[in-house]
Write a protein that binds this ligand. Sequence first.
Ligand code: G6Q
Length: 492
Amino acid sequence: MTSLTQRPEWKSLKSHKETLPPLKELNNRLTLSNQGVMLDYSKNSVTEETLTKLIALAKACDLEDWRDKMFSGDKINNTEERAVLHTALRASHGLTPSVDDTLARMKDISAKIRAEGKITDVVNIGIGGSDLGPHMVCESLKHLENTPRVHFVSNVDGAHITQTLKYLDPKTTLFLIASKTFTTQETMTNAHTARTWFLNTCSEKDIPEHFLALSTNKDAVITFGIPEENMFPFKDWVGGRYSLWSSIGLSICLSVGFDNFRSLLDGASAMDQHFKTAPLDQNMPVILGLLGVWYRNFWAAESVALLPYAQGLHRFPAFLQQMDMESNGKSVTRDGQSVNYATGPIIFGEAGTNGQHAFYQLIHQGTSLIPCDFILIKKPYNGNADHHKKLLANGLAQADALMNGQTLEEAGSDPHRVFEGNRPSNTIVLDELSPFHLGQLIALYEHKVFVQGIIWGLNSFDQPGVELGKILANNILKNGATTPLHRYVLEN
Ligand code: G6Q
């Protein structure tokens, strides 16, 4: 395989960059849309020619071929020898019988629990992919009718579970032990603590009514004491950070009802269809991904700010941090060769307008180029039109300010008030914060990350970088302190 930086398409982008006029002189009008999700990418340092060259790079990297391999279940996660088929979880009914069966069970149990009203609180115990996705979605859809209440416990810090359980009643609490492997230290520790707390008031025979397992590991679930009929399985081709679409999403069904969960899946499926069928130059995830490569590799941008102007989406940056950084934070290619180019950027963000009063200073006037994604919701979802207008005006204004800046003259000759401008951003607009549009948004970013992984030649579906620390933590637990710092911290 030709090395990425040796490709003529790469070299041509490099020289092309030097010929570009400043962003604020470009007057781009670039938009794409799909079923109520609109991407405005006008405020980017690109011309039609840049986009053509980026598409040529994608073609040279066989993007379409890799995309088709993913959808058809080839084992593209080569280091773990697994297919990558989260898209099959949200495809229309009848495609995969095991998926349909689990979905039917999720529908039944969520309808029953919501109708009976005996369970007031659901506690999802999971971490990483078994926490971030469902947590983010439940927060995003809080404006819908959401009973029972859902809580998420992830950290092994005992404070997390203790503070969560403090005001709960074991008799009306349902625990979801969400773990693909059912061996994760944090989750199993919290699950055992939850069980002990529960048994202080209730008895073993009550466990089936209060503990469900969302997992692939039947033996471990049964050993823990949860009967098989309380287990909601999924397959090994569902990666942790792509698992909210599987039974790991049961907290979502319980919180907002199965119909809304189905609508979330349908939205993601609509974006899958778009990704699969739209020509590359009209394909939202492809364009977003290529713009990311453009800034990361040709403008040396080290980070990307994700700025949702919606309080509901306040966990979206955290969710996407895992999605992007765990997938593409790698420095060897699929075949184990070291890369000589930059790969995944640092993702950070905060719900607008809070971020404006915190770190936007650096984005506007700092010395780093930080491409931004603004996410706006057209329709107020909180019933308060006045607040919503202000929210949207702020988001739009920030993007304008980043691009246009403020000259010394406009700043009244005060150099502290000069904004150089020419700072790029995308604006993604959802018609509403509905489950369908949220599903589309999540899938849009999943595929964006996929596109970038393909260009960089990475396996975006493993996460070996998180293993070493886990092993060392277990060694410390087993062998005790071995360095002065260990002793200082561990020995009282
Ligand atoms: C995600 C990762 C990781 C995983 C957690 C939890 O892609 O694989 O974040 O989700 O480590 O794993 P379990 O679900 O197995 O507990």
